[in-house]
Design a protein around this ligand. Structure first.
Ligand code: FEO
Ligand code: CA
Ligand code: CA
Ligand code: CA
Length: 537
């Protein structure tokens, strides 16, 4: 494997960095330790994993794991941890307590019902499925031993699932209703500076279908057929949802538009208003940015879409765009039919924009572009977007490819990203379960977690840290606040299983015949300590 040194990424001069901090250009910068033990060779003893195909969560030496929660675990009275965990985020509540939010993106009917169930299922079966999606709110305690543990029966533990009534922000009505039944397809998300979680409804059409706006006809759902028992319009899904961690109150933020939202990454401006970056994860869909009207409130603002030919953010505002006026009757209709509106104003088609993170040192925005198979892009890349004047409010920018997937770099199909407090970039890959192990992905083995050290002798290398069990994807990477423990989700192990007698994975129990389970895992250990001991000189 040829390792790649990254431009604009390593060994930023200390003076430049301090200038940057003093300009306040990075209000969300995390407290970096400018003085450390600084042995630039401290990582020399570590060897990245090679691609592999095993039914285990394999880790490099110096990293250990603890399973925090897996599907079906009870974390309160009649509260069972849902399926296919994706985004995770933790907020500190008191010195040894945190609130953890975990997305449950979708479910595998074979594992949930323990039998093959077609889309022609009973209402009871649909209700069981509705409890498997959405998200879980869980209080976590740090014990004196240092271990993190679920607080069983915490008053804050709850689920926001497919059966929870969730209002639209600002009392907006969609198809004469001011609330939606449930949240679903919750992929990635974000955190706000005022201590709420954001969860993003991605492939919502799999549950209640979609609308064909040319004919007005309903397109049935491909996978789950929930519309056969619950009369919920597709327009109630595909939003970013804000969750209060303590009260569990939720609202659907219509101002951010409706699409297959992957994530919602927030940057707070000096005056308290927020910029939110979000991608629409489908072939040739788009990258959006929202600027809120008021501080600490995402219910109103202006939505923009990226045009990478012009390097401009284009407003998707019916008052500013005659072409939108000609095609839609009001701004709510524009927001509901966001994909159409974006194309009318000149949005650039992208290769499945997934997770987005803001580099805590440079302020640059990184966007995972997973792939675009119809266009022949199988490997994907990470795009870097640099706002003019390093100002996230700016409507102009420049961009370049930050890292390209492929055999030279050793990864394919980047998806989830996270920066740690030191500015090291961590990312996971999402080669689809059906494609893992066959061309053109054979050389990459199972999906994996990678880190790109920022400082020291190995800066810019792409190290494979963890390798996922069979068919699984690693998702939900986030750091425990003020700690170098990394939360990672193992999502959809064994998803290629055709029936219960032919399971392709038995993770995590590892016993033949036992149904695989998605789980939230905490990674920690000496590797993290060593990585974090290297700092800027
Ligand atoms: Fe749910 Fe785009 O991954
Ligand atoms: Ca994803
Ligand atoms: Ca992320
Ligand atoms: Ca994905």
């Amino acid at each position: 494997m040829i390792y790649v040194l990254l431009s604009n990424f390593i060994l930023m001069k200390r003076r430049t960095f301090l200038d940057f901090l003093m300009k306040g250009a990075a209000a969300s910068i995390l407290p970096l330790h400018l003085v450390g033990c600084d042995d630039p060779n401290v990582l020399s003893k570590y060897k990245g994993l090679l691609p592999m195909r095993t039914d285990q969560l394999n880790l490099i030496e110096g990293v250990s794991m603890q399973i925090l929660l897996k599907r079906g675990d009870e974390f309160g009275k009649q509260l069972f941890f849902g399926s296919n965990n994706d985004y995770t985020a933790m907020l500190p509540m008191s010195p040894n307590r945190y609130m953890l939010w975990v997305n449950h993106e979708y479910l595998n009917p074979l594992f949930v019902h323990k039998k093959f169930v077609s889309a022609e299922k009973t209402k009871k079966e649909v209700e069981i499925e509705m409890k498997e999606v959405g998200g879980s709110l869980i209080e976590i305690e740090r014990l004196d031993s240092g271990e993190l543990k679920v607080v069983q029966d915490s008053i804050y533990n709850r689920k926001i699932d497919g059966l929870t009534s969730i209002p639209f922000a600002n009392q907006i009505n969609i198809l004469d209703q001011d609330s939606a039944l449930g949240t679903l397809a919750n992929c990635a998300g974000g955190k706000t500076p005022w201590g709420t979680f954001l969860t993003c409804e991605e492939n919502y059409d799999g549950f209640y279908g979609e609308r064909d706006y040319k004919t007005g006809n309903r397109i049935p759902s491909e996978h789950y057929g929930w519309e056969n028992h619950f009369d919920c319009p597709p327009e109630h899904y595909g939003w970013v949802v804000e969750i209060n961690p303590k009260s569990g109150e939720a609202q659907k933020l219509t101002a951010l538009g409706r699409c297959a939202h992957e994530c919602a990454t927030v940057f707070q401006l000096e005056d308290g208003r927020c910029v939110v970056y979000t991608g629409d994860d489908a072939n040739d869909e788009h990258l959006y940015k929202f600027i809120s009207k008021r501080p600490n409130d995402l219910s109103e603002g202006t939505l923009y879409v990226a045009n990478l030919e012009l390097n401009l953010w284009i407003p998707i505002d019916i008052e500013k765009q005659d072409i939108l006026k000609a095609n839609f009757s009001n701004q709510l209709e524009v927001l509901i039919r966001l994909r159409e509106a974006a194309k009318l104003v000149g949005a650039t088609p992208l290769d499945r924009p997934e997770d987005i993170e803001i580099d805590p040192i440079t302020g640059h925005v990184l966007i995972a572009l997973t792939n675009n198979k119809p266009k022949g892009n199988f490997m994907g890349s990470i795009l870097k977007l640099i706002s003019d004047d390093n100002n996230h409010e700016s409507l102009s920018f420049s961009h370049e490819t930050f890292l390209a997937g492929g055999e030279e770099t050793g990864f394919a199909c980047p998806d989830n990203l996270v920066f740690d407090q030191k500015g090291n970039l961590w990312f996971t890959t999402d080669i689809s379960g059906s494609a893992i192990g066959s061309e053109p992905y054979k050389a990459f083995g199972n999906n994996a977690l990678f880190v790109v050290p920022r400082f020291g002798e190995r800066a810019g290398e792409i190290l494979r840290i963890a390798s996922a069990p069979m068919d699984a994807e690693l998702t939900g990477v986030s750091f425990v606040p003020d700690s170098n423990e990394l939360l990672v989700c193992v999502q959809h192990p064994g998803e290629e299983s055709k029936d219960l007698d032919n399971l392709t994975s038995n993770w995590p129990e590892g016993k033949k015949g036992v149904v695989p389970k998605s789980a939230v895992v905490i990674l920690s250990g000496e590797f993290f300590d060593d990585l974090w001991s290297i700092s800027m000189r």
